[in-house]
Write a protein that binds this ligand. Sequence first.
Ligand code: PLP
Length: 381
Amino acid sequence: MTHSLSTRAVHAGRDDLLDLGVHAPPLDLSTTYPAVDCGLEADRIAAFAAGGQPPGSPLYSRLHNPTVARFETAIAALETADAAVAFGSGMAALSACLLAVAHAGRPHVVAVRPLYGGSDHLLNSGLLGTSVDWVEPEGVAAAIRPDTGLVVIETPANPTLVEIDIAKLAEDCGNVPLLVDNTVATPVLQRPIEHGAAVVVHSATKFLGGHGDVLGGVVCCAEEFAARVRQIRVVTGAVLHPLGGYLLHRGLTTLPLRVRAQQATAEELARRLGEHDRVARVYYPGLDRDRPKQMDGGGALLSFDVTGDAARVVSAVRLVTPAVSLGSVDTLIQHPASLTHRVVDEIDREAGGVTSAMLRLSIGLEDVDDLWADLERALAA
Ligand SMILES: *Cc1c(COP(=O)(O)O)cnc(C)c1O
């Protein structure tokens, strides 16, 4: 891969367009495809069911879709992964990873808090037949057992923005694959596979789509693991709709521009919030001196503890949208203890550093002074 990231963001997954004689990637909405030669197609069905990607007709769109496949090629190129497998949501992507390791006889997971509330709930509930041990990063090596199939982390963590040194942790994992949820950093700022992670998961709903109008998820990894999660996708049907694949592929073209602009505004707001007397603490990776060198900047997410009633700030904003989710072109604010991390038990939530005074901002592309005016007014309310 000789091109830089922003060039790849624009061109990856478009190699076939010249032959097709088109400029924009086609949106292929077919659910089925002509299958004339039964003998040949029988072999190809078997290959798809085993998680392979046989060339030729897609056959049926739960098995393969060309529009989704272009997005997969593009995100794999950005994450410097062999392969990527797209799903209908970030939770479906994580679920496929858990089902794959459980099926291989390694249902034990070691995980570090905080994770996204839904991921925490999925692991803690054991709903998919996995079990979990929650540890601090230093405790990962000791928590690994012969039946451990995955180590799961998020860095920077959502919503505390605490960072974990990926390269150091990957060493501690030994032969157990390290899964990093890279939703918050995006491949623009951090590529975990370059630091030794085996699997990268995204909620593509967030920065990859970037416009708050598509739900999706993706697993980026080596082809061997990709085949296993593709097999899970075929049997569970947790596919990404082709329109989602189209929008996510288009979203990637502006990802580097959006993330860098959003990050610049986040840095400035983190600084201003840190000086505000109604703000008790700011959580932002750029403010921490002693950081691992894996991420290019602090990102576009920031959290802060308020001295007064956090809920009042949420209801007082006018320009900023009070809503869960993140990574959109518009700025969003939410109260993690009430919303995104509600499903995490209160004691576990507090232990993970998610206080009830905390608000999380996902910075969009608005003018920094307009955002600041809105936040200042809401903090004074
Ligand atoms: C939103 C989110 C998820 C879940 O993704 P969905 O697309 O909502 O299923 C997982 N991890 C992180 C960090 C998220 O922000």
